[in-house]
Design a protein around this ligand. Sequence first.
Ligand code: COA
Length: 182
Amino acid sequence: MAEALKAGRDLALRPLKLRDARALFALVESNRERLRTWLPWPDANRSVQDSRAYILRMRALAKAGRGLSFGLWWKEELVGVAGFVWLDALNASAGIGYWLAQEAEGHGLMTRAVEALLRHGFRSLGLNRIEIRAGVRNHRSRAIPKRLGFRHEGTLRQAERLAGRTVDHAVYGLLAVEWRRR
Ligand SMILES: CC(C)(COP(=O)(O)OP(=O)(O)OC[C@H]1O[C@@H](n2cnc3c(N)ncnc32)[C@H](O)[C@@H]1OP(=O)(O)O)[C@@H](O)C(=O)NCCC(=O)NCCS
């Protein structure tokens, strides 16, 4: 089981456990419409059972060293998910993904969570490159890598199918050497 990461006094990143499935599903359910605007999976997550299956998939990915996802607990309440949605050990690269419940937006929580992921990725996992992709019009998401000193590397055209439309992705990258210089 992966370790938990601290992101300040009131925010912790902990690997999701099966006992979190009910709370996770409740969060998806109450944020479904805004999540499906920018994420491809909410339509396939329709029950606590689906959330259990998701947690098991994340656990298997972590065991295989191919991903590392965490629940975000703010003041001990589950408010979202963030993590390395893919990890490529051969190339020492990873991609970060995230989402927050609406009531947790606007407090800088995800920026802090991503900072904790960067520390873990560059220091403990020995990564050389960390990437974040966001829909070009997903301004709240794009603000996070911008705030954290990522470089905007370009646009992937028609990269994702979302709720009946196809969106371009803005790609942001941060290298270990750049992170250490900040
Ligand atoms: C993307 C998402 C996680 C961003 O959430 P967020 O709350 O805007 O991001 P942060 O937690 O970093 O908070 C930044 C906000 O907190 C404010 N803030 C307060 N204290 C802050 C601090 N100490 N540091 C940074 N920001 C702070 C910022 O001003 C900003 O608010 P503003 O945009 O109203 O100015 C959220 O909008 C979301 O889950 N969206 C739906 C799913 C999604 O799009 N996922 C990403 C797919 S690529």
